[in-house]
Design a protein around this ligand. Structure first.
Ligand code: ZN
Ligand code: ZN
Length: 137
């Protein structure tokens, strides 16, 4: 896996402490993390706006993707480099009905394989699998 510094450099993002910390956390995490989860895990002083801007910059650069969980909370997950070239974010997400955690799945769905009625235009695909995670089971 690539180093945090390399990824920042590759996207011409300035290497700041908060960017390093946020990306480091998300690359290590097995589940999507919300703004609040990240705030709690970050062991440093920062303001909410800085964290918000950091996440936004990562999202714009395709480093992270946002997932809306079952409660409507935005969670962020690291986007693997192989997912980037598909144009559309097409892997499925597992949502635990008990604890609410969101996990990226390897299973991918291709937008151009989905049939839509004539005259409809496909833009994005978002597949959710709901169930109970290993921790809750
Ligand atoms: Zn669970
Ligand atoms: Zn994902």
């Amino acid at each position: 896996m690539k180093k945090v510094e390399e990824i920042l450099q590759q996207h011409s993002l300035k290497n700041t402490k908060i960017r390093q910390a946020v990306l480091g956390l998300l690359m290590q995490s097995t589940e999507g993390l919300s703004h609040q989860d990240l705030s709690k895990s970050l062991d440093m002083d920062f303001d909410r706006v800085t964290l918000f801007r950091t996440l936004h910059a990562f999202e714009e650069n395709g480093i992270l993707h946002k997932i809306i969980d079952l409660n409507g909370t935005a969670k962020y997950a690291y986007t693997l480099p192989q997912d980037k070239n598909t144009g559309n974010h097409s892997h499925a997400h597992f949502m635990c009905l008990n604890c609410g955690q969101v996990v990226c799945l390897d299973e991918t769905f291709l937008l151009n394989e989905i049939k839509v009625p004539q005259g409809f235009e496909k833009k994005t695909i978002d597949v959710q699998v709901k169930g109970v995670c290993a921790k809750c089971n």
